[in-house]
Design a protein around this ligand. Structure first.
Ligand SMILES: NC(=O)c1ccc[n+]([C@@H]2O[C@H](COP(=O)([O-])OP(=O)(O)OC[C@H]3O[C@@H](n4cnc5c(N)ncnc54)[C@H](O)[C@@H]3O)[C@@H](O)[C@H]2O)c1
Length: 260
């Protein structure tokens, strides 16, 4: 697939961080980009900057996702590209004892379910709806009808203390990548997943400098946090390279996360 103004794309979580960098990169080729996000202020500002559209979408809501695709397609036509970046995390131990009071508690199941709903079910919801729309398109000369990129995390493979829900959600994305690629293989839609290591996004910007420095030092090479533009570059490659399909790729400077 070539990236130019004949291509429409949807980027979920596109108002911030990795999604915003990807939206900017796609738009730099002339691609018409729709941003799905909860954050209307940032999403609208970025949409203005890149000449795209912002759709206020919570990926856990079937009705909002449907309305978002309808809005994006009314503005740009049927998308050939979907990049799923919407996601969130939490850190709670499965069961633990309060050191001061001795009180015993466990991971609240509603919190576990919320992470799964946003990261895993939300990603699949957008894939299923987008792929169904892509089936209405004619294939391009190279046979591609569409390309989908998902965002997991290195936590899918080396989840840390407190990351049971986050890891389960991200491992689910990695696990479903191949069967979805197989589901869509006769339709010319490729599906790949990126497992980012530690990236310098708003997700981390709340962390104190010494914590960020320690995280950077823990990366084998290069000894720094990943830049959102580096994620965007890989997302672009996964879209452009017609032989990449059903794959999950770590983008992490060779980091392997320790238990904490
Ligand atoms: N930054 C990292 O180090 C890192 C590492 C591994 C994986 N990831 C993953 O990359 C993705 C992007 O993270 P980021 O670092 O850019 O974070 P970010 O917080 O900058 O961006 C995430 C965006 O997703 C949006 N979002 C959250 N819940 C949503 C929902 N229910 N519906 C629609 N939009 C929603 C947020 O509003 C936000 O704009 C996430 O899935 C995250 O888990 C990030």
């Amino acid at each position: 697939m070539q990236l130019d103004s004949s291509i429409a794309a949807v980027v979920t979580g596109g108002a911030s961080g990795l999604g915003a960098a990807t939206a900017r990169r796609l738009a730099s080729h002339g691609v018409k980009v729709a941003l799905f996000d909860l954050n209307a202020a940032q999403g609208e500002a970025l949409a203005r900057e890149i000449g795209g559209v912002f759709c206020r979408v919570d990926v856990t809501s079937e009705a909002q996702v449907d309305a978002g695709f309808a809005q994006a397609r009314a503005a740009h036509g049927q998308e050939r590209v979907l990049v799923n970046c919407a996601g969130t995390g939490n850190a709670v131990k499965t069961a633990s004892r309060d050191k001061a009071t001795g009180e015993i508690r466990h991971f609240p199941l509603a919190n576990f379910d919320r992470i799964i709903q946003i990261n895993l079910v939300g990603t699949f919801r957008c894939i299923a709806k987008s792929a169904a729309g892509m089936l209405t398109l004619a294939p391009l000369p190279d046979g591609d009808r569409g390309a989908i990129v998902n965002t997991a995390s290195v936590a899918a493979q080396d989840g840390q203390i407190g990351q049971a829900a986050y890891t389960a959600s991200k491992a689910g994305i990695v696990g479903m990548t191949l069967p979805i690629a197989r589901d869509l293989m006769n339709e010319g839609i490729r599906v790949n997943t990126i497992l980012p290591g530690i990236f310098d996004t708003p997700l981390l910007q709340g962390a104190p400098e010494h914590v960020k420095a320690a995280l950077a030092a823990s990366v084998p090479f290069p000894k720094r946090l990943g830049q959102p533009a580096e994620y965007a570059q890989l997302a672009e490659s996964l879209i452009l390279n017609g032989y990449l399909n059903g794959e999950s790729i770590r983008l992490d400077g060779a980091i392997r996360m320790a238990p904490r």
